[in-house]
Ligand binder design. Sequence first.
Ligand code: CA
Length: 226
Amino acid sequence: MSARLLLLEDDPAIARTVAYALERDGLVVTHSLLVHDARQQMAAHRFDLLVLDVGLPDGSGLDLLRDLRNAVPTAATPVLMLSAHGEEIDRVLGLELGADDYLTKPFSPRELAARVKALLRRAGKGPAATATPLFHDDEAGQRISLRGQALPLTRREYRLLAHLLRGAGRIHARDALLAAAWGDDSDSTDRTVDTHIKTLRAKLREVDPGREYISTHRGMGYCIDI
Ligand code: CA
């Protein structure tokens, strides 16, 4: 059964992109614009995970979080908080009040989706809880398999993919990837990264033609979505 998620976010544009990313991953998303509505939804339905914005027109997501943690049905429900840029105090307070994870705006919807999936897995609700892992990184042998099938990777490709996987859901700048996979080899450039990403994509497609794992973020870098 699909995991049910409540998204409390008063910015319609953010809510739309977030809901789209989560629904694409098979989650059922209920969206509330106001704290009042979120409370009603939670009184009527059970949710597997809550994504709560902090600043809302009729109150604070932090106050709601405090109430949720004190109520038996929602005391252990995973909560991911969203807050405006630079509100460090919200982050600290959110974690103290029992939020399981925290994202500061602006964030990539894919990063949010990756974090949500990780929280669901931790709670035993994710699809990966029972299935074999999508990617397996055998660090000692410098080998990675996808869906149980070993990928024929060069040493650079292995290091590139391993680095992307360790920071799955995050956008990695080309120079960071360069440093991770090439060290201080001065002959390498951003182009080198692009070329290797291209061959890596082709190798992933050989095993799983139905899915594009590595996404390009213009002017920012690359991200692996799992
Ligand atoms: Ca807001």
